[in-house]
Every structure is written in structure tokens, then in C-alpha cells.
Design a protein around this ligand. Structure first.
Ligand SMILES: [Zn+2]
Length: 233
């Protein structure tokens, strides 16, 4: 009698094995997408806790950002790279939510983010959104929101055109390229809010800068920034 309910789970495990998104080990809890060993292999930046951290420094003289942070250091061939691949390109959204919860926990612990009242994912270009089927930043926002309780607004900021050749350009060219690609559909709900702009990765910060510039056209709005990955250098 008691074995019967276990059969569907066993069949499910056979065809859709629950394995770690970092190393494919099956030694992990049912509720987690990442095994303990891979979790221990993630490099937390601790940036949320301190002012003038490397992410905040990136925006000095470019756009007035209240606070900025990134959750993990990113490097090639790391556990994090494998996780990001499984999240963004293999479509493991549950993994993305778990990574978002990790961001939410750090933001909650760093009391200086306590005055945030809205989460805004950086919108994807419509073509990319159709191809991927989801916006990875929106998924991260869901995880952050579960921990912090901050609502998510993924409608008001809109991406106007694609900028697909961006990775080949230097910072100055990138800025020209991303200028004017974001628009605000209805500024009213964002007036006098302190919004946290969320993206999966920060490299030069050009896309986040352009998106923040668009947001700052809303009267009384303040903007802070949080990303999942930080690429040093
Ligand atoms: Zn693992």
C-alpha cells in the first residue's frame, strides 16, 4: 500500500532525473537544483553589504545610482557558468528562482537596501524573448520577491529595438548603441519609487546604464541595481 505513491516518483526520476544543475550529481535535496558541493563552490561577492563596492564604482560619473550590487563572481569553467547555462539556455527556471532567492537573502541581510519598493527586470529584446521563451531577469526577480516581498513590475519598462552586435563593441560604442533602446510605457506607477533594476550579469554596465537613464525620466524615481553575476576586470 505505502509503496504505490512512490512509483510515479521513481518513474519520474528514471525519465527526468532530479540532478544538480552544476555537476549532474543526484546527491541533492528535492527542493534544490544545486548540490551542497556546488553551492560551496560559488563565490559570493558580499557587495550588498558595503558602499562603494566595485559595481557601484562602475556607475560613478555615468548615471546616478543609489546602491548597486552583484551576488556572485563569475569566471569561465566555473560552477556558476554551468548554472547560468542551465538557467538561461536549457531553460531551468526553477534554478533561476533559486538563484534569485539567494540574491534576495543577501539584499535582505544588507539593511541598506531596505527602502527598495519595486523590482524591475531589464527587458529583453522582443526577438530574444520569443526565442528564449522567458526573460531570465524576470525569473530572478521572482526569486528575490519571494524573500523580500518587493513587487515585480515587468511591464512599464520596454525594450524598443534589438542591439545584437553589442558584444563586439567597446564601451563608448556600446553606449551609443544602447542609447534610446528603452522606453517607459506609463510612468505613473513608478513616480517617487525606489526601484531595484535587476539583470543576470554586469560586464561594462552599458545596458544597465541605458535602462537606468530611461527610468530616471520618471519624476521622483530613484534607481538601484542588482545582478546575479559580476565579471571582474
Ligand atoms: Zn553539484
Amino acid at each position: 500500500m505505502r509503496l504505490l505513491p512512490l512509483i510515479p516518483a521513481a518513474v519520474k526520476q528514471l525519465f527526468f532525473p532530479h540532478v544538480c544543475a552544476g555537476c549532474s550529481s543526484d546527491q541533492l535535496g528535492q527542493q534544490s537544483q544545486i548540490c551542497i558541493q556546488c553551492l560551496q563552490g560559488l563565490h559570493y561577492t558580499q557587495f550588498s553589504a558595503y558602499v562603494n563596492n566595485p559595481v557601484e564604482k562602475k556607475f560613478i560619473g555615468r548615471v546616478p545610482v543609489q546602491k548597486a550590487t552583484a551576488q556572485f563572481y563569475f569566471s569561465k569553467s566555473s560552477v556558476l557558468q554551468q548554472l547560468v547555462f542551465n538557467f538561461k539556455y536549457a531553460g531551468n527556471k526553477e534554478l533561476g528562482i533559486q538563484l534569485g532567492r539567494s540574491m534576495g537573502t543577501s539584499l535582505n541581510e544588507a539593511v541598506r537596501f531596505a527602502d527598495i519598493n519595486m523590482l524591475i527586470p531589464v527587458p529583453l529584446a522582443p526577438k530574444k524573448l520569443r526565442k528564449r521563451g522567458f526573460n531570465q531577469s524576470t525569473i530572478l526577480c521572482k526569486g528575490i520577491s519571494e524573500i523580500t516581498g518587493w513587487p515585480v513590475d515587468d511591464k512599464t519598462v520596454q525594450r524598443l529595438t534589438a542591439n545584437t552586435t553589442q558584444t563586439r563593441k567597446d564601451r563608448v560604442q556600446r553606449w551609443e548603441n544602447v542609447q534610446g533602446i528603452f522606453g517607459i510605457s506609463n510612468p505613473q506607477p513608478l513616480q517617487n519609487k525606489h526601484v531595484l533594476l535587476v539583470d543576470d550579469v554586469i560586464t561594462t554596465g552599458a545596458t544597465l546604464e541605458a535602462c537606468a537613464q530611461a527610468l530616471l525620466t520618471v519624476p521622483g524615481l530613484q534607481v538601484s541595481i542588482a545582478t546575479l553575476c559580476y565579471v571582474p576586470g
